[in-house]
Design a protein around this ligand. Structure first.
Ligand code: PEP
Ligand code: MG
Length: 540
């Protein structure tokens, strides 16, 4: 048995096989598909998308570097029309009843081997091109609702670290837990583990080796330990620990339907943080009073091109309808920094957390922003949607947002499309600047929601993604708490309300403090709702 120790970011005990995700050498898994016709269509669509991309690259290269250098993209397009190549892929899918990824990768390997074996230097050179075009298709297949790997059985995912564009592709039903070599407690992998209510350990370092791929293991998120090939005694102990944890979770279920009220009668709303429409099930199962933060950027990360107005409208409408009249606060696109979607073509930045992100992108690329606002306003006719805006620093930004929102409303009125005239708008308080001018900001909107993850980062000047700084990253810092009190006072002075949607909202050590501050709503990962309710009910 091998025992590895890291840092726990979410508790729980799970037992299963490890699957090691290797980023640089793409891992192509083979899985069985029943509907091979559909799988061929999946491949054809990816191929069509690859041709569009290559055409774009060809035109760009013609302008930037001239015809000679642009030619390669034309050759790649031709390769994607090569009958031998295409027939091989389709034949593998149909004959072996397997996924398109496997068929593309196998065909690429076969063709590369064939070209390399030829005498002709020109033909040998084509091997690289086959690899290149095949890689492009594999990327598209992975982005277009595909998965990093299809999991046949529940699995513990091990990796160096996972970025949001990778976690969105996971087959979440089958993930037992996360174990990563690096990563920080405030990363989105940690947030995802909390949403999914599964154990997660980060910072296992180089000891977490690729060779453990396929090994049987126990992940103990409480103690931050992973046991590879556990001995009988450990297995027995861990099974007991798992049973006790499950029992506790069952007991929490008894709090369903109960009010979020302190012993002295103070009430607070407890809402859920979600990343996509399918998380609504978790929110409802855990008795969420509403959705306090829908991170809409995950919709963009799941796609390999901008989601259209209609696609977004359908998602927002579904969430609003499923929440059946309960409040659903949707945050507009918060892309940039650690959340990167390649098709945005964001430039490399020295300081991405201080860079071109969130509302700054929306106020610059107003067509992208307006598409999202139209979808949100249209969906507001189907439930109690509220919109909030991330990373605000200035009053002019809010006025500009309101002007754009008004333009969109006017367009919808002209088109005779219904929307909720009473729709609430709010601001995320994530920067010290927003705190300092919170009295001014409070006059502009209906509510505030404190994003403590970023507020801590920007107040303490500590990169939330840097694992070396985990010990310095302290959301309990008096400066952060004073800021929360200040914004609560500002918004209450205007007779409006305030929530907290950062991870600190679920910190049970802080519940009493937040109640004293007069916070009106806490939005937490679905798995934490009943624990926070318990804490509120035990508080004087
Ligand atoms: C926050 O910053 O606290 C927040 C809720 O937003 P995110 O974690 O998505 O940046
Ligand atoms: Mg934030």
């Amino acid at each position: 048995m091998i025992t590895l120790t890291g840092k726990s970011v979410f508790g729980g005990v799970e037992i299963g096989k490890i699957l090691f995700y290797k980023r640089n050498s793409r891992q192509i898994r083979r899985w069985h598909v029943e509907d091979t016709e559909n799988e061929v269509i999946r491949f054809e669509n990816a191929k069509a998308e690859a041709i569009v991309q290559l055409k774009g690259l060809y035109e760009k290269a013609m302008k930037d570097v001239g015809e000679e250098n642009a030619l390669i993209f034309e050759i790649h397009q031709m390769m994607l029309e090569d009958l031998d190549y295409l027939e091989s892929i389709i034949h593998i899918i149909k004959n072996q009843q397997v996924n398109a990824e496997y068929a593309v990768a196998t065909t690429a390997d076969n063709f590369v081997a064939m070209f390399v074996a030829m005498d002709d230097a020109y033909m040998q050179g084509r091997a690289t091109d086959v690899k290149d075009v095949s890689e492009r298709i594999l990327n598209i297949l992975a982005g277009a609702g595909g998965t990093i790997f299809s999991l046949d059985e529940p699995t513990i995912i091990a990796a160096d670290d996972l970025v949001p564009s990778e976690t969105v592709q996971l087959d979440k039903e089958k993930v037992l837990g996360f174990a990563t070599m690096y990563g920080s407690s405030n990363s989105h992998t940690a947030i995802l583990a909390r949403t999914m209510n599964i154990p997660a350990i980060i910072g296992l370092g180089e000891e977490l080796r690729e060779e453990y791929d396929g090994a049987y293991a126990v992940i103990d998120g409480f103690d931050g330990k992973i046991y590879i090939d556990p001995d009988e005694e450990t297995l027995k102990l861990m099974k007991e620990k798992q049973a006790i944890d499950r029992e506790k979770k069952l007991l929490l279920q008894e709090l369903k339907g109960k009010k979020n009220v302190t012993r002295s009668g103070q009430k607070i709303h407890i809402y859920a943080n979600i990343g996509n429409a399918s998380d609504v099930g978790l929110a409802l199962q855990n008795d969420a009073g509403g959705i306090g933060l829908f991170r809409s950027e995950f919709l963009y990360l799941e796609n390999n091109t901008f989601p259209t107005e209609d696609e977004q409208f359908q998602v927002y409408k579904t969430v609003a309808e499923n929440m059946a009249g309960k409040k659903v606060i949707i945050r507009t696109l918060d892309i940039g920094a650690d959340k990167q979607a390649t098709y945005f073509n964001l430039p490399h930045e020295e300081n991405p957390a201080l860079g071109y992100r969130a509302i700054r992108i929306c106020l610059t690329q107003t067509d992208v922003f307006k598409t999202q606002l139209r979808a949100l306003l249209r969906a507001s006719a189907y439930g109690q949607i509220a919109i909030m805006f991330p990373m605000i620093t200035s009053v002019w930004e809010v006025r500009r947002i309101k002007d754009i929102l008004e333009e969109v409303r006017a367009e919808l009125r002209t088109d005779g499309i219904p929307y909720n005239e009473e729709l609430e708008i709010g601001l995320m308080i994530e920067t010290p600047a927003a705190v300092m001018i919170s009295r001014e900001l409070a006059k502009e909107v209906d509510f505030f929601s404190v994003g403590t993850n970023d507020l801590t980062q920007y107040t303490l000047a500590i990169d939330r993604q840097n694992p070396k700084l985990d010990d310095f990253y302290d959301p309990h810092h008096p400066a952060v708490l004073a800021m929360i009190q200040m914004v609560a006072d500002s918004i209450h002075a205007e007779g409006k309300w305030i929530g907290i949607c950062g991870e600190l909202g679920a910190d049970l050590e802080m519940t009493e403090t937040f109640l004293k501050m007069g916070i009106d709503e806490l939005s937490v990962s679905p798995a934490m709702i009943l624990s926070v309710r318990k804490k509120v009910r035990e508080t004087e």
